[in-house]
Design a binder for this molecule. Structure first.
Ligand SMILES: [Zn+2]
Length: 284
């Protein structure tokens, strides 16, 4: 049996090592607020997709366009997946976005794609919940901590099957958008941006927690597409995620995705993000 370890004599000194922010993000190109503000000015709404409650819908955003995820009717969390519209094996990388930005994202943060691409897929340009910050429980909104509710974890914990978890909703949406069979679409579904979700880690044991989202109808998160995007958004069966998820127990509401085209003049000189230039030789 493994006995609990005895702290060494210098335990406190070891704990007192100063924290160092892991990535030197000051080397990233700075957020060009003036450029994105120009892109937003006079943009024209060209499409709108309604995401039904406990289901997902897909949408396409050409590079250089803007999309908004909008709360309508009632408080509701949305689980967002993004793919390169021309190659869905390039997709949103929640873990690296968290490492480069923070546990929760807001205006100026970029959503990065997976390796070996690692480029900005989208940049957050507006967030009506930007006032929330971090509350007394340490919770914030729009997290890149959580993964997505899924039927496998539900089976593990509850022993029952529920087919409208975000994972299944996103799988059906991707299959529907691309014509792929479910078995091909499912492995391309990935860890999400939890839009409007209010989450944190408990102070004592650092366990992932959720609390009722502060989102209200009219609130939105807005993003600029840095490449051609195929997106899918699931209106989570957890509703505002203030109680439970992976069931039909709580109130759920639709969400809306609005697509906007900026004025052509606003994008003069702008180019879609390029893939990461690392040569992929890995030292060989
Ligand atoms: Zn969910």
């Amino acid at each position: 049996m493994f006995d609990p370890p005895v702290p060494p004599a210098d335990a406190e000194a070891r704990r007192a090592a100063p924290p160092v922010v892991t990535y030197a993000v000051e080397h990233l190109p700075p957020f060009d607020a003036a450029f994105y503000e120009r892109a937003r000015e006079g943009m024209e709404k060209i499409d709108e997709v309604i995401v039904p409650p406990r289901d997902a819908a897909s949408f396409r955003v050409p590079a250089g366009h803007i999309f908004r995820i909008v709360s309508i009717e009632g408080p509701q969390v949305g689980d967002l997946n993004l793919w390169n519209a021309n190659d869905p094996t390039e997709r949103f990388f929640s873990g690296k976005t968290r490492a480069l930005a923070a546990t929760h994202v807001g205006v100026g943060d970029r959503l990065w794609s997976n390796l070996p691409y690692l480029r900005a897929m989208a940049t957050i340009t507006a967030d009506t919940l930007g006032w929330y910050g971090y509350d007394a429980d340490g919770a914030g909104v729009h997290d890149v901590i959580g993964t997505r509710c899924d039927p496998y974890t539900n089976r593990l914990l509850k022993g029952v099957d529920y087919h409208h978890c975000c994972h299944s909703n996103l799988t059906r949406a991707l299959a529907g958008a691309t014509g792929m069979p479910l078995t091909q679409a499912e492995p391309l579904v990935h860890d999400v941006l939890n839009v409007f979700m209010c989450t944190g880690f408990t102070r004592d044991s650092h366990r992932y927690f959720m609390k009722a989202s502060p989102v209200r109808p009219g609130d939105f998160l807005e993003l600029f597409a840095e490449i051609d995007l195929l997106g899918a958004l699931s209106a989570c069966p957890g509703g505002d995620c203030g109680a439970t998820h992976s069931s039909d127990a709580v109130a759920c509401h639709p969400l809306s995705v609005e697509i906007f085209r900026p004025r052509a003049e606003a994008l003069v000189g702008w180019r879609p993000a390029a893939v990461n230039p690392y040569p992929r030789t890995h030292g060989t």
